[in-house]
Design a protein around this ligand. Structure first.
Ligand code: OX2
Length: 818
């Protein structure tokens, strides 16, 4: 009661204004140190100083957060709820200093504590609650939603352990747990009052007087406790939140009598089982138990979030018919798809809404973003697993499927093959629930993440659905946050751009980078552009700053083809050895990325890269020209260091496999030139920066499919191309170490992603790269034009697209401080 009034400020109690001078900030910092850390200037540890600073910065955003909540409450707007199993938010301190405009004040204030800002920033550990592009996209989108004043909440899981920490042991990937919040997380607000109860297992019972409604008698009850992190907008007052759920055992899960009897492990076993749900990001799913835990996580996220969404809806609304008007729930890939039957269950079983009405509401509420075309990435769950874990949801899915297939049958009478293809239940050796089908059936809009990807979704994987509902399918090309990936990552370039364009308005209106085009021909501007790149390379320290810095930074996966880059490196090595006096261009080839712990082939490639790198480093003939660096533990923070220093951006996936890519955008924005295939968003990058400013090679998606259909024989390429043969032979012979044989066998045996087919074309493109590099004026011009024409790839544009075409939401302006 009081809570609501306070938010509206009707009690007339205003917040004490936080100061804007260095002295006032210093006062706040001291209060944080004394009152919230309970220590003193004399005895403060670096950690104390970091926490006190973070809390003081957080306060400045919390202020705006309170005003945002009040404005949202008052306007009862249509909300966007983003459901995602992953968020890669990146380090928070640097971001929040920027977004709260307190960087200068903070730098001065920490000096008074005898500390430097840089030193404290090093203590700011990023929450690694995601794997790769999908998780970082979620973070960029919430950033841009706040920047565009869209009322939004991002929902996710607060994993105790994020993505593993990667290190190299004898060149091979080793994994250690990422206990990211071990020392606490000053950016998080716990909200135990908003905890939710989640059910698992058990059985269902009929409800007297209803044929449809059921009562679910659960076999396990778990609590979901939320905490939230602030998501400030840039250049605006809005501060949204990301709300993360953590699993806990209920009070009843601790067995006191067993504890008293000395059975300590047994006494807590139920609580441990509950807490395991949010223990790790993507537990290994190579076992049945692992798969069950993943589905449990997914349901946990969806059940908690939906109840929270409904709670929020009911603060200002009563009629269920308004629900879809006030709510749009975006599913980030199939992981949260179980939210669809869960909303049906809540409406039908708990709120007694009639089935057809509930289904109409549900379908209108959800939208689904698909991020892949790889069949193995489209999730399916065994029916028997569902039956055991979520018995009521399986019943609901069956009913949804039956009604859906009836709809198909009406459109395409007698087409049983089509019914079989489209069914939500796949009939094979084992019956499985196809989550992507459920996601298409239960949503109002489905989108891919780049033009080509969306087209291939319509024409291949989801072809039957596109025939049934053509208007449902859309494209929304991905984007990245220019704040994080230029302003924070590359302050030198930001300053130069701001100077060149006259002001920093480009930071939330990125198309304004086009103004750099004029400056591309200005010799002194170009000179400074080059100097920025060089200084960034010196900072990175990966290799000679005058060498061509060639970067491939992304998850390790065979479709992304790090092995193709490796074949190129081995070929350069052979060439230099054969002609040591040649006019070679010095290159630093930098790899970074993690392989899934159970993905043996990808781990082999990592190991081989390091073996090749070591051989080259030890070779006095080759080492002056070629260096291979593997940067360990790739994460957002490391990306922010590498991206500004890159000259060449490797985007060399087999065409038709990379849904979009977003690293490609970050690198182009920072003036790296792409060598790439016609895949994902590369196509759109090339169209914008101009084909003369992009090094294209390889088969296109159509040709790649044709090659596969005609029966691909990698050996034909190997037999025909002496340099390719030499590279593969050297790898196979163990010239660089033990795992070479396995990698070579896979390349010659089946080469699923046509590495050998694209090899020669890739080498030709690399020659073009070297021709351009030999002409520094030309290279710098290309680099400037890449940045100038990458404005489209701001996630602000992506969010504007979603808002206009899928969400149909309007911004809500948050008033400034009175
Ligand atoms: C990734 C895609 O592989 C990548 O191409 C895309 O840029 C990114 O999502 C953001 O859309 N898991 N991660 C992805 O897809 C899946 C599935």
């Amino acid at each position: 009661m009081g809570r609501m009034d306070l938010r509206q400020g009707s009690h007339g109690i205003g917040l004490r204004r936080l100061g804007t001078t260095a002295e006032e900030f210093q006062q706040d910092l001291l209060s944080s140190l004394y009152y919230r850390r309970g220590t003193t200037v004399e005895s403060a540890s670096p950690r104390d100083a970091y926490e006190a600073l973070s809390l003081s910065v957080r306060d400045r955003l919390a202020d705006r957060r309170a005003r945002t909540a009040a404005a949202h409450y008052a306007s009862n707007p249509r909300w966007v709820y983003y459901l995602s199993a992953e968020y890669l938010l990146g380090a928070q301190l640097e971001q929040n200093l920027l977004y709260s405009g307190t960087g200068e004040l903070a730098a001065q204030a920490v000096k008074a504590l005898g500390r430097s800002l840089e030193e404290l920033e090093d203590l700011d550990i990023e929450p690694g609650l995601g794997n790769g592009g999908l998780g970082r996209l979620a973070a960029c989108l919430v950033d841009s939603m706040a920047t565009r004043d869209i009322p939004a909440v991002g929902y996710g899981i607060r994993y105790d352990f994020g993505i593993f920490r990667q290190s190299l042991e004898n060149g091979a990937q080793a994994e250690r747990p990422d206990d990211w919040a071990f020392q606490g997380n000053p950016w998080e607000f716990p909200a135990p009052d908003d905890r939710q109860t989640v059910h698992f297992y058990g059985h269902t019972e009929p409800v007297a007087g209803s044929e449809i409604r059921k009562r679910w008698v659960p076999g396990e009850i778990v609590l979901g406790e939320p905490s939230h992190m602030l998501v400030p907008g840039f250049g605006t007052e809005t501060v949204n939140i990301v709300r993360l759920w953590r699993a806990r055992g209920s009070e009843a899960s601790f067995d006191l009598s067993r504890f008293s009897a000395g059975q300590y492990a047994e006494a807590v076993q139920e609580a441990v089982r509950a807490e395991n749900i949010s223990k790790v990001l993507y537990p290994d799913d190579s076992t049945e138990l692992g798969r069950e835990l993943r589905l449990k996580q997914q349901y946990f996220l969806c059940s908690c979030s939906l109840r929270d969404i409904i709670r929020r809806f009911r603060l200002r609304n009563e009629n269920w018919d308004d629900f879809a008007e006030k709510t749009v729930i975006q599913l980030n890939d199939t992981h949260p798809t179980i939210a669809i039957p869960e909303l049906m269950r809540l409406l039908v079983d708990e709120y007694e809404v009639e089935w057809d009405r509930a289904w109409a509401i549900t379908r209108k509420t959800f939208a689904y973003t698909c991020h892949t075309l790889l069949p193995e990435a489209l999730e399916t769950w065994p029916v028997h697993l569902f039956e055991r874990l979520l018995p009521r949801h399986l019943e609901i899915i069956y009913l949804i499927n039956m009604l859906f297939l009836r709809e198909v049958e009406q459109q395409f009478p007698g087409d049983t093959d089509r019914l079989r293809r489209m069914s939500i239940i796949g009939e094979g050796d084992e019956r499985r629930v196809r989550m992507a089908h459920l996601a298409v059936v239960g949503t109002e809009a489905v989108n891919g993440v780049a033009e080509l990807h969306s087209k291939l979704l319509r024409e291949t994987v989801l072809q039957d659905f596109a025939a049934l509902w053509p208007a449902k399918f859309q494209n929304v090309t991905n984007g990245v946050s220019p704040r994080r990936f230029i302003k924070l990552a590359n302050p030198r370039l930001s300053d130069l751009i701001t100077e060149g364009l006259g002001d920093d308005g480009w930071l939330n209106d990125l198309e304004r980078l086009a103004g750099l085009e004029e400056l591309a021909g200005d010799a002194s501007f170009a000179e400074r552009w080059r100097a920025v790149k060089r200084a960034n390379k010196v900072d990175l320290g990966a290799g000679d700053p005058d060498s061509l810095t060639d970067v491939m930074i992304k998850r390790f996966h065979e479709y992304k083809r790090q092995q193709l880059k490796l074949l190129h490196v081995v070929t350069m090595y052979h060439r230099i050895r054969a002609n040591p006096g040649g006019d070679w261009i010095p290159r630093t080839v930098l790899f970074a990325g993690k392989a899934a712990p159970a993905y043996h082939a990808a781990k082999n490639i990592i190991q081989l890269i390091n073996a090749v790198g070591a051989t080259i480093a030890a070779d006095p003939v080759v080492a002056p020209y070629l260096k291979v660096v593997f940067a360990e533990n790739y994460n957002v923070t490391l990306a922010e260091q590498i991206v500004p220093a890159a000259d060449l951006s490797e985007q060399i996936s087999l065409a038709g496999k990379e849904a979009s890519g977003t690293g490609n955008m970050k690198l182009a924005l920072n003036g790296a030139i792409t060598v790439g295939t016609l895949d994902g968003a590369n196509i759109e990058i090339r169209a914008r920066v101009g084909e003369e400013n992009f090094f294209l090679f390889g088969l296109d998606a159509f040709q790649a499919a044709e090659v596969q259909i005609a029966g691909y024989r990698p050996r034909e390429h190997y037999d025909r191309d002496a340099e390719l043969k030499a590279a593969v032979d050297a790898i196979a012979a163990g010239t660089f170490g033990g795992v070479g044989r396995e990698v070579a066998d896979s390349l010659l045996g089946w080469d699923e992603y046509l590495t050998l087919a694209d090899f020669r074309s890739y080498l030709d493109a690399q020659e073009e790269v070297e021709r351009a590099w030999r002409d520094p004026e030309r290279w710098t011009r290309m680099s400037i034009l890449n940045a100038a024409h990458s404005g489209f790839f701001s996630s602000d544009r992506t969010v504007a697209d979603y808002a206009a075409r899928i969400w149909r939401v309007a911004p809500v302006t948050v008033p400034r401080e009175p």
